[in-house]
Design a binder for this molecule. Structure first.
Ligand SMILES: *Cc1c(COP(=O)(O)O)cnc(C)c1O
Length: 489
């Protein structure tokens, strides 16, 4: 006879999803809106709900996959190959090779790593003792990711000033800095702070004659500039693989590729440099390791979402969305141009604008761009303040407020342009005062207050960054964020 009562065995956890999701929804309610066009940085809203739904379904299908090993999970290699093929087409590099990474920063890190390792290999012919550290030549407007890459990977930077009026670095000045120590020169297409194109063709050509790789950082422009002219925008100067000497390009799928965060394309013109981005190890007792990117085990969700979004849109869909962006960018530019006391810096090549004070009008008619952003925030639009920066040659890049225009901007144009005008009217003539004897700000107290009230006076933060030594403010930011993100005491 068998025992009628089955042995209880180990307990199976009961999963009650609803309260968990309710709590997440409560957390999410603190966030800035990701859709609808009221946030003009960080988010890139296509305005197509069905595209977001597709991305979510694709991510869910890939949720259990480990991107670490495409031989075990070939879908990873297949999706990646499709995206590289798409990149080859739009960036005019029929032979280009590369990967999908987790984002712009990782793409930039890997471009630097590949160039550094190639530089090191070439040093074999020089006396190993006096080779020193490899260097990156770049403009002051190049993205912070390259400073981070230099910091992580042991390179030094040669930072070339940009013209404070145009935001563009002098090509000859960049070329002058190319030496035997240069492992990589970086140009932006366009730069994040000002949205203007670096002199790609001159710099890439000069780098090629010296055997130095040239990375085009098109993290922000890489999926919008290729469609800009077809969409009715002013054709940008050539900046992609068509330009001789361009050895790699980064293009973020999670920006104007409209994919959820966690996806960027990194392409190399030649296989040799591409291989230098890998890490491989057989000298340990575990599984043979070969990593094309920084992480080991990695999610395939953002790859799948980016793949689905790109596949569904195709070049035609990208061109249609870019057409909306071109119209919105023209309108916003016209609006800013018409506001007394403000001006657009330089000649932006795409959908990013840096708005600065118009210094040609009398002080009482000028608009401080950070007070303007704060006034716009009170009216529901989030613009991004950028502090003034003194460059190595003593010139000062003016403080600005950054706007990234997306397809969703088109839907809120009347409201946005009204807010931009009213906000300027409200703060015209105003200045930002800091106490004469700056007390060392208490970053932890500031974080606590920001967390409790949900408010942070960014105008004061930016003013502090301008006033205090940069190393000090970087330290304060670290203390601030560590305190902001820590569990409540
Ligand atoms: C966004 C951006 C990066 C860094 O990308 P993340 O995706 O934020 O890591 C690098 N360069 C430029 C020009 C960018 O706009």
């Amino acid at each position: 006879m068998t025992d009628p009562t089955p042995s209880p065995g180990p307990t199976r956890p009961t999963i009650d999803s609803q309260p968990v999701l309710e709590r997440l929804a409560a957390y999410r309610s603190h966030d800035a809106p990701t859709h609808g066009g009221s946030v003009l940085s960080y988010v890139y809203d296509s305005g197509l709900a069905e595209l977001d739904a597709l991305a979510a379904s694709a991510a869910a299908m890939a949720l259990p996959v480990n991107g670490l090993d495409p031989t075990t999970f070939p879908s990873v290699a297949l999706m990646e190959a499709d995206l590289v093929t798409f990149g080859r087409t739009i960036l005019h590099g029929p032979q280009a090779v590369g990967s999908v990474t987790s984002g712009g920063t990782e793409s930039c890190l890997l471009a630097v790593k590949a160039a550094r390792d190639r530089w090191r290999a070439a040093q074999g012919e020089r006396a190993a003792t006096d080779t020193g550290r490899p260097r990156i030549v770049l403009a002051a407007s190049a993205h912070a990711a390259f400073h981070k890459a230099a910091h992580y990977l042991g390179l030094d930077l040669d930072v070339v000033p940009v013209d404070p009026v145009t935001g563009v670095p002098d090509a000859a000045a960049l070329i002058d800095r190319l030496t035997e120590q240069t492992a990589l020169v970086v140009v932006s297409a366009p730069s994040y702070p000002h949205g203007v194109l670096d002199p790609v063709a001159e710099v890439a050509g000069a780098a090629a004659t010296r055997g130095i790789p040239c990375h085009v950082d098109a993290c922000i422009g890489g999926l919008v500039l290729p469609f800009w002219a077809d969409a009715g925008g002013m054709p940008p100067a050539e900046w992609d693989f068509e330009v001789p000497g361009v050895s790699s390009i980064s293009a973020d799928l999670h920006k104007f590729g409209y994919a959820p965060k966690g996806a960027s394309l990194l392409l190399f013109a030649e296989r040799e440099l591409d291989l230098a981005r890998y890490f491989a190890l057989t000298d340990w007792p575990g599984y043979p390791v070969v990593n094309p990117t920084v992480l080991g085990s990695r999610s395939a969700t953002s790859l799948a979402a980016a793949w689905a979004v790109t596949t569904a849109l195709g070049p035609g869909g990208f061109t249609d969305l870019t057409r909306q962006i071109v119209v919105a960018t023209q309108e916003v530019t016209r609006c800013v141009d018409s506001i007394g006391g403000l001006a657009v810096l330089g000649a932006p090549a795409g959908p990013l604008l840096a708005v600065v004070t118009d210094e040609t009008v009398p002080p009482e008619q000028r608009v401080h761009p950070h007070l303007w952003a704060a006034a716009a925030a009170r009216r529901g639009f989030v613009l991004q303040g950028q502090p003034a920066l003194q460059q190595g040659d003593g010139s000062v890049i003016p403080r600005s407020t950054h706007l990234t225009i997306t397809p969703a901007t088109l839907g809120v144009l009347p409201e946005l342009t009204r807010v931009l005008r009213e906000s300027a009217d409200e703060v015209r003539g105003g200045t930002v005062e800091l106490p004469a004897d700056l007390p060392a700000p208490d970053a932890v107290a500031l974080a606590e207050r920001a967390r409790e009230s949900g408010e942070l006076d960014l105008t004061q933060v930016l003013a502090l960054i301008e006033a205090l030594p940069r190393e000090a403010t970087a330290g304060l930011l670290v203390e601030f964020l560590a305190a902001f993100a820590a569990p409540a005491p």
